[in-house]
Design a binder for this molecule. Structure first.
Ligand code: PGA
Length: 254
């Protein structure tokens, strides 16, 4: 089965109205003929309206980097799933390691947001990954398995039919030290095998992205691995010059 590749830009806390305009116009122009892969940008909340107005009608979709699991209420500073839908978002990143580590999010709260995203009709991009110490102690499968199970055990494997998974080893994120294609492939294969134990069809269909220091120079090699279905891109999503070739690497021949 051929899984369609997907490249997602994660702008994190970067951007301004002026720089976003240049970036998004460059991305749209550079990806006009991207037919056999999908591209998404996940922007900071205040720029969702701008993303919507510049990307509507193009082949680039947009989304957010987090959300609250609750529909509405007295939750100062929180943003609900329906608010993202109001701005035309299709995707939302859930459980990024920066959210887990800097904002103390847990497997439980990530799982609640994952399920709330699906309920709202959003595609959650669910992030998993081990730290350098955990890898050194040979705990990678244990950590990634636990994070994956936090979804499968609660909701069943079928929920992955409408979700995207992302393997983002913490030591590779923001580090200029990407996983090698073989290192990433090993973990992606582990993830797919673990899902296959519960549901082989879902395991074959689900897209698993790799994230962590992906650049225009290493994207093609990573995306060529059998279980790597695209990328979640941080720094290299902040300029069209870097992001466009990464998306094109997901669509060889474009
Ligand atoms: P990076 O970030 O590409 O800057 O390493 C990836 C991510 O955190 O999604």
């Amino acid at each position: 089965m051929m899984r369609r590749k997907l490249v997602v830009g994660n702008w994190k806390m970067h951007g301004s109205i002026a720089s976003n305009k240049t970036l998004l116009e460059g991305v749209v122009a550079g990806l006009r003929d991207l037919h056999d892969a999908d591209a998404v940008v996940c922007v900071p909340y205040p720029y969702l309206g701008q993303a919507q107005s510049l990307l509507q009608g193009t082949n680039v979709a947009w989304g957010a980097q987090n959300m609250c699991s609750t529909k509405d209420g007295a939750l100062t500073g929180a943003v609900s799933p329906a608010m993202l839908v109001d701005y035309g978002c299709t995707h939302v990143i859930i459980g990024h390691s920066e959210r887990r580590n800097l904002f103390h999010e847990t497997d439980d709260t990530a799982a609640a947001r994952f399920s709330a995203a699906l309920e709202a009709g959003l595609i959650p991009i669910f992030c998993m990954g081990e730290s350098a110490e955990e890898r050194e102690s040979d705990w990678t499968d244990y950590i990634v398995g636990r994070q994956l199970d936090s979804i499968i055990r609660r909701f069943g494997p079928h929920v992955l039919a409408n979700a995207v998974l992302a393997y983002e080893p913490l030591w590779a994120v923001g580090s200029d030290n990407p996983a090698t294609p073989q290192q990433a492939q090993e973990v992606h294969e582990f993830i797919r095998r673990r899902i296959a134990r519960c549901d082989p069809q879902i395991a074959t269909a689900v897209r698993i992205l790799y994230g962590g220091s992906v650049t225009a120079a290493n994207a093609a090699q990573l995306f060529a691995m059998p279980d790597i279905d695209g990328g979640l891109i941080g720094r290299a999503s902040l300029s069209a010059q870097d992001f466009v070739p990464i998306c094109r690497a997901a669509n060889p021949g474009s």
